[in-house]
Design a protein around this ligand. Sequence first.
Ligand code: HEC
Length: 128
Amino acid sequence: MDKQRFTPTPMQRVFRYSTAQCQKSIGRVVLPISLALGCAIASAETTNSAIAAGEAKSAVCRSCHGAEGITTNPAWPNLAGQNKRYLENQLKRFRDGGREDPVMSAMAAPLSDEDIANLSAYYSNLAQ
Ligand code: HEC
């Protein structure tokens, strides 16, 4: 038995071609935009949730470093607005023994990498 072949009319060819082109260009434009938007939203959410988590974990730090990361006691450094990476590095050094202080080494000892990232996000985000 012969298979029936579908032979498109010229109009159908044009229509198919333009639909395919249109889908391609929509893909080219819309996909990167939605990817970029998605990424921007995702990273903003991560940062906000890190800051919120850091604020919650900072309860124990406030007695020395102040409610907003600013302290009036010259023995305790201000943390508000300090560079995030610097804060992370210092907390890891206290925790891992690279920097020693009787108070801070003990404070940093139980902190996980995530705690440190959250606390640093919180303090670096406060106004100096
Ligand atoms: C009992 C008081 C006290 C508490 C509570 C405390 N700290 Fe500290 N913190 C200090 C002192 C004192 C120093 C300065 C240490 C030194 O001279 O090396 C310091 C230093 C730091 C530094 C280094 C700052 C710099 O400029 O290098 C960071 C970061 C820090 N603390 C974060 C925290 C975090 C986060 C918490 C809560 C988990 C916390 N501290 C709890 C007293 C405290």
